[in-house]
Design a protein around this ligand. Structure first.
Ligand code: T4K
Length: 369
């Protein structure tokens, strides 16, 4: 049907002419980075939109994760999920922390709270769960465990922009939450990210850490990094925010369309919509069971032959990469659910400009196999 490749996602780009006034302002005042006016405006606008009190912008989500761990001085071992993008575990290794992988819940693809306690050792200092595909982790259970054992909780909320759970912002949970504003995300600043924190003092430490540790012109209080977002990225974020609600509703229409078209297709399984959640339709994963006519990888190839570039997020598991597979917690028998889900998953194209006729075409290709 289409000769153009259909990717798993495409960034939402507002009309170019709407971006020009922002560029003119940057050219006019010659402030390109280092907490400039657009940076400050975007922090305030995102706090308001997301319903949080304190947020610090970053150059990308990965450096925000690395800095979040520095902020809380996390050391030793951190309990996390293998079913995520590699950046989750890499951020631990960049802090000299040992990742301890815990299996996932088959119904959410998020860390299984029932398996966290058995992974705690005297070296454990924190839990780093991921709200995978924007679906909320078992936040209450995780907080309960953290409170009992005196652990910090840092959420990798890279997929969770704008998600609301029990009528409040999901990213209010935990000690810190980290967002990604990468081009492939629901809300993007080309590259970018943020740490959400509960109080002004923590925000100040984060701001020092992302600016080499400078507290003022002559005082360096920590071995910080350069994690700052530039003015051009922040300006794009401000523009993008003006369009976010329509972008989100377009995504939700596509999600609803897939759900309807694929319901009842033998061997195709979808995640149940999480309760009490207003999601963001950031991904649309399907799981290919043995009753389906093709294997997951054959369907993946079949779609590619039809110019549809679905992706196997998250296969391989992080724990299967060479730098992690030697860990005791990375062994497959410890991660049987994650291993199974990773072998079945296929994320279908979902983005605001995806034409509904293409969405129907993709569903038909899957349903008529
Ligand atoms: N934690 C989690 C749970 C994450 O998922 C991520 C990132 C992070 C942390 C780290 O946050 P950042 O440091 O990235 O802010 C992509 C993204 O690069 C990555 O940001 C994302 N997760 C991950 C799930 O997906 P790839 O290697 O699959 O991206 P790529 O380049 O293959 O892009 C996928 C498709 O998107 C392409 O086929 C075409 C389309 N695309 C992509 C880009 C970059 C465009 O149309 N335009 C573009 O500019 O990792």
């Amino acid at each position: 049907m289409s000769h153009k490749p259909i990717y798993v996602t495409r960034p939402y780009l507002p009309p170019l002419e709407e971006f020009i006034p922002y560029l003119e302002q940057i050219w006019e005042n010659k402030l390109l980075t280092n907490n400039g006016p657009f940076h400050r405006q975007l922090e305030a606008a995102l706090c308001e939109y997301l319903g949080v009190e304190h947020l610090s912008l970053f150059a990308n989500g990965t450096i925000a994760l690395v800095t979040a761990l520095q902020t809380l001085r996390i050391t030793g071992e951190v309990i996390t999920t293998p079913y995520s993008f590699v950046a989750t575990a890499h951020s631990l290794v960049w802090n000299n922390i040992k990742p301890v992988f815990v299996d996932i819940d088959p119904n959410t693809c998020n860390i299984d709270p029932d398996k966290i306690e058995q992974a705690i050792t005297p070296q454990t200092t924190a839990i780093m769960p991921v709200h995978c595909y924007g679906n909320p982790c078992a936040v209450e259970r995780i907080q309960q465990i953290a409170d009992i054992y005196g652990l910090k909780v840092i959420y990798d909320a890279a997929h969770a922009f704008g998600v609301r759970y029990k009528e409040e912002s999901l990213i209010r949970h935990g000690d810190l939450s980290v967002l990604s504003f990468h081009a492939t995300k629901v809300f993007n600043t080309f590259e970018g990210g943020a740490i959400v924190c509960p109080d002004a003092k923590t925000k100040q430490r984060i701001d020092f850490l992302k600016n080499f540790g400078f507290a003022d012109e002559v005082t360096v209080v920590a071995p910080g990094i350069n994690g700052k977002m530039s003015e051009i990225n922040a300006a794009f974020g401000l523009l993008q925010l003006k369009h976010i609600n329509s972008a989100l509703s377009q995504r939700k229409e596509i999600e609803a369309n897939y759900r309807q078209a694929l319901a009842g297709v033998r061997g195709i399984h979808m995640l149940v919509k999480p309760a009490e959640t207003q999601g963001n339709a950031s991904y649309f994963p399907i799981f290919i069971g043995p009753e389906y006519l093709l294997s997951r990888d054959t369907l993946y190839q079949h779609l590619r032959e039809n110019n549809i570039y679905a992706r196997r997020y998250f296969y391989p598991l992080i724990s299967d990469f060479p730098m992690y597979r030697g860990l005791a917690s990375a062994q497959r028998d410890n991660l049987s659910v994650a291993t199974e889900n990773a072998s079945k998953v296929l994320c279908l194209p979902i983005y605001p400009d995806l034409d509904m006729s293409l969405c129907n075409h993709i569903s038909r290709l899957i349903a008529t196999k």
